[in-house]
Design a protein around this ligand. Structure first.
Ligand SMILES: C[S@@+](CC[C@H](N)C(=O)[O-])C[C@H]1O[C@@H](n2cnc3c(N)ncnc32)[C@H](O)[C@@H]1O
Length: 275
């Protein structure tokens, strides 16, 4: 088996899965700045991105891996004044992302390639790298985190976010769309940090984002009937409202972030500078 065939066997979703995904799902928006309760998830994510990339200078080069149709990278370019590159192996996803960039007039490079085979021009080039919903699709977490770390220059920062499939979000995902649940490796924040350390990176911070958040659950189970689709959609929307209530409480008295209820786990790490 050659190196790329090896990578294919550890990829639980695969390129065709993502091409179908990007040809069918509606576009979303990132609204971190309005102060509305329902956008608290976006605001929490924006805060984490600012903290993770805070040490980087204006004009820093930041790459998002798995950037298909990203709402985050255009925000990073505009708000942090970074130079952005989006990398994804799904051609359909890259095409959507090119259209989004053109529509919001944000200059960013789009590279359609596998993160395990990015080409020499990308390896060791970036001051910052992020991925959101990518590494948990691979059975070898250390290998995929290592591939992300290889995009960084020494001293560069990596922010990795994954949906928390270990707690109640994972249980709901398994109940409403088992085929979607099956393409994930359920990892805790501790597992994620350990994988970054094992990949040779220095862990700066890791934990869970937000006390609760069920809107991260994907309710699109391909085998479901029309009625089944709407029942799933309504169940997730109802639970999402309960998370909004937790966000309101969290504004007044900070609630704990936990493996049981938080929607996202994250890790911030640095590529060490050789002595
Ligand atoms: C959950 S989506 C992330 C979407 C986007 N970041 C967002 O927040 O809307 C994961 C993305 O990772 C991409 N991906 C998965 N494995 C990859 C690989 N080995 N190389 C490059 N992209 C990959 C998929 O094509 C997919 O677009």
């Amino acid at each position: 088996m050659n190196e790329l065939e090896c990578v294919e066997t550890m990829d639980k979703a695969g390129q065709q899965y993502w091409d179908r995904h990007w040809e069918s799902i509606p576009q979303s928006e990132f609204k971190p700045d309005g102060g509305r309760l329902r956008d608290s998830g976006d605001a929490a994510l924006a805060g984490l991105i600012r903290r993770a990339f805070e040490p980087l200078p204006k004009g820093a080069e930041i790459v998002e891996a798995g950037a298909a149709d990203s709402t985050i990278l255009p925000w990073i370019v505009r708000t942090l004044g970074a130079s952005g590159t989006g990398l994804d192996y799904s051609e359909a996803g890259c095409e959507r992302f090119r259209r989004r960039l053109a529509a919001c007039s944000v200059p960013a490079e789009v590279v359609c390639c596998d993160v395990f085979a990015p080409g020499d021009g990308l390896r060791g080039r970036f001051d910052g790298a992020l991925s959101m919903g990518l590494v948990e699709h691979f059975t070898d977490t250390v290998a995929v985190v290592g591939a992300l770390g290889a995009l960084l220059r020494p001293g560069g920062r990596l922010l990795t976010l994954i949906p928390n499939m270990r707690g109640s979000v994972g249980a709901l995902q398994r109940a409403v769309a088992p085929s979607v649940y099956r393409v994930h490796v359920p990892l805790s924040a501790h597992d994620l940090a350990a994988a970054h350390a094992a990949a040779g990176l220095r862990v700066v911070d890791s934990g869970y984002l937000q006390p609760m958040g069920f809107s991260v659950v994907n309710f699109n189970e391909p085998s479901a009937s029309r009625v089944g689709y709407w029942m799933r959609r309504l169940a997730v929307a109802g639970l999402a409202r309960i998370s909004w209530a937790s966000w309101w409480i969290d504004r007044h008295a900070r609630l704990p972030r936990s493996v049981l209820f938080s929607p996202w786990a994250y890790c911030v790490a640095e590529r060490p500078v050789a002595k």
